[in-house]
Design a protein. Structure first.
Lengths: 148, 69
């Protein structure tokens, strides 16, 4: 399961809407505990494709974020991108370009009446959805980490 | 000699190229990897000929992208 705070979820949704009609993208940093991942910091990156149907992250931004994540003693947990007009599921292109099976791939769909955010593990071209929990209180899952 | 690779120390007894380092790191799709050596981008065409030195700092990451259709 992946855990995300309500405030980060709302910020991601606002960012995705602001980038319309294009897709948006970003990186998720946090901590792992057992089979769970806890997002502590969301990084918003530029979509260098500036496209409603494709995204690419800027490597220079990625390197800068990776260094900051290490400085914060966090781990890269996953990434996210939006689907402005299609459902929250990995496309064939998403699966083809998912090179790191250790990451979570979050997709935020704006196609339906409300935003739909789902998380996937992708390995060998196969995508498996995993539970995503929006936490109302950040302190709640910080206590969970400290207990494990 | 010791090289810092993505923030972790990597030991090697002989000089190695970026290409060899990526193999040692079990990178399965090096054609989709971007490399910085001491915070300078290395062109993919130069991976074979760029030999690493003691104390070098190497960072690499996978291309991240996708498409909704």
């Amino acid at each position: 399961m992946i855990h995300l705070t309500r405030s980060d979820y709302e910020a991601m949704t606002a960012y995705a809407r602001k980038q319309l009609p294009n897709e948006c993208c970003g990186l998720l940093a946090g901590k792992r505990s057992g089979g769970d991942a806890f997002v502590e910091k969301v990084y918003y990156l530029n979509n260098t494709d500036a496209s409603p149907e494709h995204f690419s992250m800027d490597p220079a931004e990625q390197f800068a974020v990776m260094r900051e994540i290490r400085q914060r003693n966090l781990a890269l947990i996953g990434n996210f991108h939006s689907h402005p007009a299609t459902p929250s599921r990995p496309s064939d292109e998403d699966k083809r370009l998912a090179f790191d099976p250790s990451l979570r791939y979050l997709i935020l769909s704006l196609a339906e009446s409300g935003p739909v955010l789902r998380s996937f593990r992708i390995r060998g071209g196969e995508a498996i959805a995993e539970p995503l929990h929006i936490e109302e209180e950040e302190s709640h899952w910080q206590m969970q980490i400290s207990r494990n | 000699m010791t090289i810092q690779v993505n923030g972790e120390p990597f030991q090697t007894e002989i000089p190695i190229s970026v290409t060899t380092l990526l193999k040692e790191a079990r990178v399965e799709a090096p054609e989709y990897v971007t490399v910085q050596l001491n915070q300078q981008f290395i062109r993919r065409d130069d991976f074979d000929t760029t030999v690493l030195s003691d104390g070098d700092v190497v960072d690499f990451l996978y291309y991240m992208g996708g498409g909704s259709r």
